[in-house]
Design a protein around this ligand. Sequence first.
Ligand SMILES: NC(=O)C1=CN([C@@H]2O[C@H](COP(=O)(O)OP(=O)(O)OC[C@H]3O[C@@H](n4cnc5c(N)ncnc54)[C@H](OP(=O)(O)O)[C@@H]3O)[C@@H](O)[C@H]2O)C=CC1
Ligand SMILES: O=C(CO)COP(=O)(O)O
Length: 313
Amino acid sequence: MINPKSKIQNPKSIVILGSGAWGTTLASLASKNGYDVRLWSRQGSVLLEDILEGAHIVLSAISMKGVASVVAQVQSLPVSPDTIFVTATKGLDPAATSTPSQLWQAAFPTNPVVVLSGPNLSKEIQQGLPAATVVASTDAIAASSVQAVFSSPSFRVYTNADPLGVELGGTLKNVMAIAAGTCDGLQLGTNAKAALLTRGLTEIIRIGNHWGAQTETFYGLSGLGDLLATCNSSLSRNYQVGYFLAQGKTLSEVLAELEGTAEGVNTTSVLIQRANAKGISVPISYQVYRLLQGEITPLSAVEALMLRDSKPE
Ligand SMILES: NC(=O)C1=CN([C@@H]2O[C@H](COP(=O)(O)OP(=O)(O)OC[C@H]3O[C@@H](n4cnc5c(N)ncnc54)[C@H](OP(=O)(O)O)[C@@H]3O)[C@@H](O)[C@H]2O)C=CC1
Ligand SMILES: O=C(CO)COP(=O)(O)O
């Protein structure tokens, strides 16, 4: 349902929370478009309350582990009811099995909330390579406003009215990226990779539908698009986790050497918790879970998937 509650049609002032790889990249895109962009980090000297003053758009690029606490901090401060919140986090909250946009919307029930997600490896975007993304909201005006902030000749932004589907596509593909990295690390070949990604997408859609997202969203940029990008790129931290596990490293060794956040590790646990509670079949995610828990080797995960009971596609 379209719920046009946004009153800001021409935002000028953008605050970006989180100065990691993605927050910095998005700040640069909006700055190049002439917006007044303020980047906040918990390690910086500027107070959150000062930086938020007068913000038309507040975009969170905080990794999942920090989202709930940052939401609570922002909620304790005076924020205009017209401020548009944008979330670019690709994770699931362990405590509530909520998505980041659900956390923001619960804290700010009358503000517009927009999800930004797509096949967006930040290093490529920083190099000015062409890319596309999706901004999704039940508030069409808010989504269009955010589209204008980030659109450029090298960054094509589409709107979408299924924020949950867009958000879950970007989040759940991280589990498959760990599986894909493992597949490549074991040198299982192109057929295996194609089978993995195709069945992985089926699994993502099954979970997404159960959660309330629309099937067609997962065939778009934020679903299939991000699945292809992340599962085929050594730039992806989630892919790297799988790849190095297949090389025989332990998860702690891999995470110690990893540059930035691999959200898929936590997402896998939250997903399995939810799938078990709701009785959803998630065979690939379950093997990723067991691999991350150190319960099985990469090769035995492959064997477990291949030896499942025969079934129709
Ligand atoms: N990098 C990419 O290519 C893309 C990333 N994303 C998603 O964006 C999110 C961020 O990713 P990325 O920027 O790469 O990750 P990074 O690890 O580079 O940055 C994470 C950011 O979150 C901040 N943060 C973490 N915990 C807290 C907290 N408790 N309070 C305040 N700030 C906190 C970090 O602050 P500090 O530096 O102080 O620790 C840092 O600014 C992830 O969900 C990721 O999946 C989405 C698309 C592309
Ligand atoms: O989400 C991403 C690309 O769309 C980034 O992937 P990683 O978090 O695995 O690096």
